[in-house]
Design a protein around this ligand. Sequence first.
Ligand code: GRF
Length: 215
Amino acid sequence: MPSTRARLAVLASGSGSNLQAIHDDLVARGAGATSELAIVISDRRAAGALDRARNWGVQALHLPKDRDAELLAILEAEAITHIALAGYLRLIPLDVVRRFHGRMLNVHPALLPAFGGPGMYGARVHAAVLAAGARVSGPTVHFVSEHYDEGAIIAQWPVPVRQADSVDALAARVLAAEHRLYPWCLHLLTSGVIALGPDGRTRGVPDYDFDRELP
Ligand code: GRF
């Protein structure tokens, strides 16, 4: 019987801890999983994300930056239906953004629309949060649009900023929240609970409580 599951591509440049969380969630859902991890793509040959994929027997592809233009053809050849960006540092080609409108998610390590936009990634985000004196940060999962960090928000998770926080300490606290929030959002999308509406806003996200486990 042909699979009716979504075929997920994860694009990652770094260690891939969010990739790990997505994988673990799919394994934990077992027969209830609504997507399968079809391919992991990285612009960095040495990305830990590629090693993780190989260890699971998932296709791992190194796509160097001078081959960005091939991305859409690769995704189509693999019959990919959904994309999760997980710490991918390359700009996604416009043809891919358009083809995967409403089917591509990103996780950003701060509460958008603050602390986002071009150049705001990795440690810079947390440094900016600390410099601003913000007392709350946390991940945002959003649809990917043609403008950096401006796609419709799906879910956020508040994480306290401590007086003694270093960039690394804050990053680690936010990352732990990403690992809970991102797989949940992907599941909501691939199971058809949420969608990007014609008005450019996310519809269908269930209410969730910050002091409880996600449903
Ligand atoms: C995360 O902080 C994510 O928010 C950002 O890149 C980082 C990726 O970390 N987009 P990892 O490779 O998943 O550990």
